[in-house]
Design a protein around this ligand. Structure first.
Ligand SMILES: *Cc1c(COP(=O)(O)O)cnc(C)c1O
Ligand code: SF4
Length: 349
């Protein structure tokens, strides 16, 4: 996927920002622009020696390296097993072709009634709000998604929303992507205006990894806009490991909470990263410290290029039982799998 710059898409609603708010906006956009974009730059920063860097710099298989500094700063120097590094560093195994691992395991292409909409479940529809993310996660189930064909502009959103407006059962719009918070405020706020104009919609859900990987994105202008929405706002952050949560992430979550946003987390079970009960338990506790409730723990999908992260259903069930044995119920996420053709995610029990 080619990350588009926000400037390439038409800017929309004019948002009047104070000078302080303007500086905040500049700050996160600058941080995004200054992200690490090669394995070498990332590994050098982590002080690996030249030989290790040569050994560990695998081809990115057409899914580029993208890591914000704020995220790289939480990695342990020179640790090849660091759970944050392993989420973003391309591995040679991504190039393996393994039977059963395919590019669109969820068959989402079938549920695309109009470009950029995935309308599979009752009462809620998912809108591909952005064609890019602030980080490229190697396990991403959308790594093969044709973002470029689904690139959003205002007229495309309007077409998508016009389609959704006809569904009177639609109570919730889910912004996903890509990452909706990778959009500039002008773009995002224009989209929110359009969603708020659909009378049957009660809830807005934003699925985003930015509160974790680029917490500077949670600006006061964003929080004000969400706080003033007529919609109930839920944000599902995407955190896989307790080490991803630092004080900046906690502060960002606190600001969102103060704006009346309900915070949930979804994680993916990933071999070598969090597929052990200690990591999962620490993650739940770290999230709760930040004011976030664990929502979903996904079993990985059969996505081509991600087989080295794969965890079986049986392993997942065992880990989930261990969490249940040690945590209060509200800190145990639902173990789920997304299956093509189902009316909801499948609970694994
Ligand atoms: C996961 C998902 C949703 C939301 O499902 P919830 O169970 O409400 O979290 C909606 N649409 C699509 C396409 C999804 O994949
Ligand atoms: S942020 Fe989410 S959608 Fe973007 S690359 Fe990571 S897992 Fe995929």
């Amino acid at each position: 996927m080619i990350p588009e710059t926000a400037a390439q898409v038409e800017p929309q609603a004019q948002v009047i920002l104070s000078p302080e708010q303007n500086a905040e906006e500049q700050r996160w956009r600058q941080q995004l622009a200054q992200s690490l974009r090669t394995p070498k730059a990332l590994l050098e920063q982590l002080q690996f020696d030249a030989q290790k860097i040569a050994e560990m710099s695998a081809n990115d298989q057409g899914f580029g390296t993208l890591v914000p500094q704020a995220y790289a700063n939480r990695m342990q120097p020179a640790d090849p097993q660091d759970p944050l590094l392993l989420q973003v560093l391309p591995q040679a195994d991504e190039g393996l072709s393994v039977p059963g691992f395919v590019t669109d395991p969820l068959a989402e292409a079938e549920f695309n009634p109009s470009p950029g909409v995935v309308h599979k479940y009752h009462g809620r529809a998912l809108l591909v709000a952005a064609g890019h993310c602030a980080i490229n996660c190697r396990y991403c189930f959308r790594r093969h998604y044709p973002y470029d064909e689904q690139q959003r502009s205002r007229s495309q959103w309007q077409a998508s929303l016009a389609h959704l407006a006809e569904d009177m059962n639609l109570e919730e719009i889910i912004l996903s992507g890509g990452d909706p918070l990778a959009l500039t405020n002008n773009m995002l706020f224009a989209l929110l205006d359009e969603i708020e104009a659909l009378p049957q919609v009660q809830r807005l859900r934003i699925h985003s990894r930015l509160p974790v990987v680029l917490p500077a994105r949670i600006t006061s202008a964003l929080c004000q806009r969400l706080a003033s929405s007529r919609l109930q706002v839920v944000m599902v952050i995407h955190c896989n490991h307790a080490q991803e949560i630092d004080t900046d992430v906690e502060d960002a979550c606190q600001q969102l909470q103060a704006a009346g946003v309900s915070l949930l987390n979804q994680s993916v079970l990933l071999d070598g990263i969090n597929a052990d009960s200690d990591s999962l338990i620490d993650l739940s506790k770290g999230l709760f410290n930040a004011g976030v409730l664990p929502y979903y723990l996904h079993l990985p999908d059969h996505v081509a290029g991600t087989q080295h992260f794969f965890v079986t259903r049986e392993q997942g069930q065992k880990l989930h039982s261990k969490m249940q044995a040690q945590l209060p119920g509200y800190l145990v996420p639902r173990l789920v799998k997304e299956e093509p053709g189902m009316a909801h995610k499948t609970l694994i029990i």
